[in-house]
Design a protein around this ligand. Structure first.
Ligand code: SAM
Length: 188
């Protein structure tokens, strides 16, 4: 069923991530993606989650406690996703980006094209063969429109021999709806 693109994204992630994997949530926010990834990888997997706002770490920690998730292998990192490589050395099976601003937070602090694209480039380096990078794109704010264009242009120039890319857009929705970019690595 096609309901929300975030659900479609979760459906794909559940096919690409297995128990015991290492995965990254590049934009932690309220922690919904971190929670979902933690459930997919289980107690033997690892989740590395990034956000530049302390508030995101507080909310995510609270959510994981409420859901009684074992947080031993969940790393909540207060840093930009451009510094992923300072924390993650393992090959990863998925990297999740949910662009934009923290819901019910400061709407002036958003992901921005330049760092998002740098983090995408780094994510593709860390990605295992047959792994998935997902990007939920929200053009409903000023930086979001620019970021959407730049992220799609970045994706378009990726080597078609190494990456399969799928782009899902809700074509009959008004008011600049979100869209979903999925990148899989088919060759190292
Ligand atoms: C739309 S929210 C993410 C929602 C989140 N995935 C969830 O499940 O609730 C985007 C988040 O990206 C964060 N962000 C912005 N720039 C960032 C950066 N350079 N590195 C990491 N996080 C960043 C924002 O602080 C915000 O919390």
């Amino acid at each position: 069923m096609i309901v929300k693109l975030t659900q479609v994204c979760s459906m794909f992630l559940s096919k690409y991530v297995s128990e015991g994997d290492t995965v990254i949530d590049a934009t932690m926010g309220n922690g919904m993606d971190t929670l979902f990834l933690a459930k997919l990888v289980g107690n033997n997997g690892k989740v590395f989650s990034f956000d530049i706002q302390q508030e995101a770490l507080i909310r995510t920690k609270r959510l994981l406690e409420k859901e009684m998730i074992d947080t031993k292998n969940i790393h909540l990192i207060h840093d930009s996703h451009i510094n992923i490589k300072n924390y993650v050395n393992d090959a990863v099976s998925a990297v999740v980006f949910n662009l934009g601003y923290l819901p019910e937070g400061d709407h002036g602090i958003t992901t921005i094209s330049e760092s998002t694209i740098n983090a995408l480039r780094i994510s593709l380096e860390l990605l295992k063969k047959d792994g998935l990078v997902s990007v939920m794109i929200y053009p409903g704010h000023e930086e979001g429109i620019i970021e959407k264009d730049n992220v799609l242009n970045y994706a378009r120039q990726l080597d078609a021999k190494r990456y399969h890319i799928l782009y899902l857009d809700m074509v009959n929705q008004s008011n600049l709806p979100p869209s979903l970019l999925l990148i899989t690595k088919k060759q190292e």
